[in-house]
Design a protein around this ligand. Structure first.
Ligand SMILES: *[C@@H]1O[C@H](CO)[C@@H](O)[C@H](O)[C@H]1NC(C)=O
Ligand SMILES: *[C@@H]1O[C@H](CO)[C@@H](O)[C@H](O)[C@H]1NC(C)=O
Ligand SMILES: *[C@@H]1O[C@H](CO)[C@@H](O)[C@H](O)[C@H]1NC(C)=O
Ligand SMILES: *[C@@H]1O[C@H](CO)[C@@H](O)[C@H](O)[C@H]1NC(C)=O
Ligand SMILES: *[C@@H]1O[C@H](CO)[C@@H](O)[C@H](O)[C@H]1NC(C)=O
Length: 350
């Protein structure tokens, strides 16, 4: 019973459907090009940990951590987001699942995985958490179990944040800075070994943080009334970063440009923000937002009666540092904004 009017109508429908379909195909191809072939694998310490550190350890899973995002403690050493979250965003990915949760939230494996644990270094630190060697062992095991395929790996990015704890631990144990330069050389050497291991597992783009200015962290500026950085300490950090840059240049030559190793310069980006805080709506540059009420307590401490022994500033969103060691979410966002203008971050994108 088809008259010509109906025929015309159905032709129109058909061509509309075809148009829609081809449109969808174009869109699918664009999406594929933009994001679908990337994952982020993260290794290192509390600057990038998003939940691996155990609940019974200080910080991260305790109040008032997480008050800005997601609104309660959720395993980040900050009031909110950390570097990992911003790098994932830059890549157009969701922040990768912490390794600890891999058995529970299987569908989220597709964004990669976060193997970082607070307090860790390339060598063993006082932390009970797995050092970077062990974190890479976890990664290797998942590859062996075919959780990630070779093509997943070759289209993914690794982010590495280490060494701050190695140096804090060294100073806490050895007190003096004599012998520090040779220790720095061994930390950088071990870091390079770790980066090569990640590469040998098949990751083609490996980003390592240039060390943040440790001499500016509130724990090291308290004796300077949170007014300025400890330049003796920062000079040692510069030595680390120099050696790291050399090591990374060598790795790029050694792997004949089949892999790109990239240094993400946290040193300069931290200093840019700290020196011009108002550019980033930061009011308190050096003073941490959350501190213990006295030196025996820290951010998140409670006494035996669960009475809190810390203070939180009125405006976490205008403080650069959250606690004695870690930037706030506002701090990380400001650093990320600085990094976005750097060549290194552009190199990460495929
Ligand atoms: C990493 O940790 C393991 C287990 O504690 C230890 O055997 C290994 O020596 C550590 N690696 C380095 C480089 O310190
Ligand atoms: C700490 O100092 C002692 C000697 O004072 C030295 O034997 C040791 O190797 C140092 N530790 C590190 C990690 O370099
Ligand atoms: C680390 O140091 C050892 C001994 O000095 C050296 O043989 C090795 O090549 C170094 N590794 C890297 C990756 O630089
Ligand atoms: C600066 O840091 C170095 C290395 O940790 C330390 O020895 C020195 O006492 C610090 N200076 C001040 C003024 O805190
Ligand atoms: C690797 O890349 C650098 C800079 O992009 C270039 O100067 C060098 O010649 C390349 N090396 C090889 C072996 O392709």
């Amino acid at each position: 019973m088809m008259n010509s009017h109906n025929q015309q109508l159905s032709l129109l429908c058909l061509s509309l459907a075809l148009l829609l379909l081809s449109g969808l195909r174009v869109e699918a191809r664009l999406q594929h090009h933009a994001t679908s072939y990337q994952k982020l694998f993260v290794f290192g310490d509390s600057y990038v940990d998003t939940g691996n550190t155990r609940i019974d350890q200080p910080g991260s899973w305790k109040n008032p951590y997480g008050i800005t995002f997601p609104g309660k403690p959720a395993g980040r050493f900050s009031d909110g987001r950390v570097l990992t979250d911003y790098i994932a965003k830059f890549l157009g990915l969701k922040s990768p699942l912490p390794y600890k949760f891999r058995k529970f939230i299987a569908q989220n494996l597709k964004y990669g995985m976060n193997f970082a644990y607070g307090g860790t270094g390339v060598f063993d630190t006082s932390s009970k958490n797995p050092n970077m060697t062990i974190q890479i062992d976890f990664f290797k095991q998942l590859i062996k179990e075919n959780v990630y395929t070779a093509s997943d790996l070759s289209n993914s990015v690794a982010l590495v944040s280490v060494a701050g704890n190695d140096y804090n631990f060294y100073l806490a144990r050895n007190g003096s800075i004599q012998g520090f330069p040779s220790f720095i050389a061994s930390v950088v050497n071990q870091t390079a070994i770790n980066l090569l291991r990640i590469q040998s597992l098949g990751v083609k783009k490996i980003v390592v943080d240039g060390l943040q200015p440790l001499g500016c962290l509130p724990g090291n500026t308290a004796s300077l009334s949170f007014q300025k950085c400890n330049s003796t300490f920062n000079d040692l950090v510069l030595l680390h970063n120099n050696l790291l840059n050399q090591a990374v240049t060598k790795l790029n030559q050694q792997t004949k440009n089949q892999t790109t190793f990239i240094v993400l310069d946290l040193y300069d980006s931290f200093l840019s923000v700290l020196n011009n805080p108002s550019n980033n709506n930061i009011k308190d540059a050096f003073k941490p937002c959350c501190v213990g009420i006295s030196s025996q307590y820290s951010c998140g401490s409670v006494d035996e009666n669960n009475v809190k022994k810390y203070k939180v500033c009125d405006h976490p969103k205008s403080a650069f540092f959250w606690d004695l060691l870690h930037p706030s979410q506002a701090g990380w966002l400001a650093v990320y904004n600085e990094l976005q203008t750097s060549k290194a971050l552009q190199q990460i994108r495929y």
